[in-house]
Design a protein around this ligand. Structure first.
Ligand code: A2P
Length: 288
């Protein structure tokens, strides 16, 4: 099982990272507990942290990295641009602000969080396209200025990716989307894989929905691994970078201990058949 993947531009990205979106958690932890959970992840070997401006925790992630004593350069740090900050100048400003919050000089991977605002806030297709391309131009600049090592997108559909390609701009290194057996996003996964965009999956456990699936339970018995470990192994076996989120120290460890086994090709295939097109997260068809 691969511990890193190589992005288009030769940068290495760890295949597993710590997801830090806590917005959907029923029992939110306090700031200090959150910082401790991130430090615990770093202590046991995670070297990839995934955050976003809208998670409102960049300052805490920055604090955790500093307090961990681990070299900044040894952590692969990902953050994302909030839709309100789209546009060339606003993007550059928002990037600087994220760096300040995170207390770092550069970001490893900067992503456009969503292709546009939610429906109803933005009905002009052409304007929406222009804002996306201006924003992408700002990311290209951040990359060429050495402020981020790689640039990518999140929640982009094929048509949004094609806009960038048709404009002759840099192809995104990464597209981060929902990915788990109940929502396997097969067409987009195939498209990204075909053109060399690294596919990255969020909500790899389907927000817990998959932990009681009979097929997953069967595989859990067969490999003597937890259901979560089966699902994370499946992501990486498909060359999908994965970012399970947890603030519980044991589960953080459980999610990282997936490199000592590998699902057979047959079992990888079996999990592909569970698709229900059932999203647990935000629905990208709601935007233009
Ligand atoms: P917790 O922080 O209490 O561990 P996803 O990454 O698919 O969005 O799922 C995140 C949710 O799954 C969180 O609520 C997290 O809660 C829970 N979770 C994370 N890892 C595990 C695990 N190994 N087993 C069971 N639940 C988990």
């Amino acid at each position: 099982l691969d511990k890193t993947v190589e992005l288009k531009n030769g940068i290495k990205m760890p295949t597993i990272g710590l997801g830090t979106s806590l917005r959907h958690k029923p029992n939110k932890v306090d700031n200090q507990q959150f910082v401790e959970s991130v430090k615990h992840a770093l202590k046991i070997g995670y070297r990839h942290l995934d955050t976003a401006k809208c998670y409102n925790n960049e300052h805490l992630i920055g604090q955790a990295i500093k307090e961990s004593g681990i070299d900044r350069k040894d952590v692969f740090l990902v953050t994302k641009l909030f839709p309100d900050d789209m546009g060339y100048d606003k993007t550059l400003k928002a990037f600087d602000k994220s760096c300040k919050q995170l207390k770092v000089e550069y970001i490893d991977l900067y992503l456009i969080h969503f292709p546009a605002k939610l429906r109803g806030q933005n009905n002009d297709l052409e304007k929406s396209r222009q804002v996306r391309l201006e924003t992408w131009k700002a990311l290209e600049k951040l990359h060429s200025d050495g402020k981020c090592r790689a640039i990518g997108v999140s929640n982009f559909m094929q048509r949004h990716l094609e806009e960038i390609i048709d404009a002759g701009m840099t192809i995104p290194s990464v597209n981060q989307c929902e990915f788990h057996p109940y929502y396997n996003n097969r067409e987009l996964y195939d498209y990204c894989t075909k053109i060399g965009i690294q596919f990255e999956g969020y909500s790899p456990l389907g927000k817990g929905n998959l932990l009681n699936d009979p097929v997953v339970l069967e595989l859990s018995k067969k490999y003597s691994k937890s259901c979560a470990q089966i699902l994370l192994n499946w992501s990486i076996r498909n060359n999908v970078v994965t970012i399970p989120g947890s603030t519980n120290h044991e589960r953080i460890e459980e999610n990282f201990n997936i490199f000592d086994f590998s699902l057979s090709d047959e079992d990888v295939g079996l999990l592909w058949t569970l698709n229900k097109n059932e999203k647990v997260s935000w629905d990208p068809t709601n935007i233009i």
